[in-house]
Design a protein. Structure first.
Length: 174
């Protein structure tokens, strides 16, 4: 049972750390994404503090949820168990893939907005300065891609961990 708690804690720390680092980039790409596009969670417009607050606030529960799924994949059943330490590499790979997807989406969103293909709808179009709208959409797309890739990738990671345990169990019994 201790390993289940370690796995959940590992995923929470990974998600919060990733969120803080990710937001240190995106808040500097578009401060308006955090100050206009989101409700206020702290009374500051400091990019660093906003990045930290928004890195923790929505990501602790994402990490906890992912941790519960990954813990079940790593520990449930009769197959050889995986411990938290053995999951560090798959989690780091997941975070790197998520970061790559986020960067790609941000570049694409910025390009499509800069060329006039995309734009903000009201009331954001009036609230975000015209020269900041491409950056706003870049940050929006970066966050959307990050959560999407991490969610799908997290499920794939859990599936790979689980099926790896089954394969390992078959090798042991042969």
């Amino acid at each position: 049972m201790k390993q289940v708690a370690y796995i959940i804690l590992l995923c929470m720390i990974a998600a919060i750390s990733y969120g803080i680092i990710h937001n240190q980039f995106t808040v500097r790409i578009s401060l308006e994404y955090f100050t206009i596009g989101h409700r206020r969670i702290i009374s500051s417009t400091s990019p660093t503090l906003l990045g930290i607050a928004w890195g923790i606030h929505p990501n602790w529960w994402v990490g906890m949820s992912m941790g519960a799924i990954l813990a079940a994949a790593a520990r449930a059943g009769k197959w050889p168990k995986r411990n938290a330490r053995s999951l560090v590499k798959p989690i780091l790979i997941l975070l790197l893939v998520s970061a790559a997807g986020s960067a790609t989406a941000g570049i694409l969103g910025h390009h499509l907005t800069s060329t006039g293909t995309l734009g903000l709808y009201e009331p954001l179009a009036s609230s975000v300065p015209q020269d900041g709208q491409a950056a706003y959409i870049a940050a929006l797309w970066m966050h959307t891609a990050s959560y999407t890739v991490a969610s799908i990738g997290g499920l794939i990671t859990a599936l790979l961990v689980f099926t790896g345990r089954i394969r390992a169990g078959k090798r042991i019994h042969i």
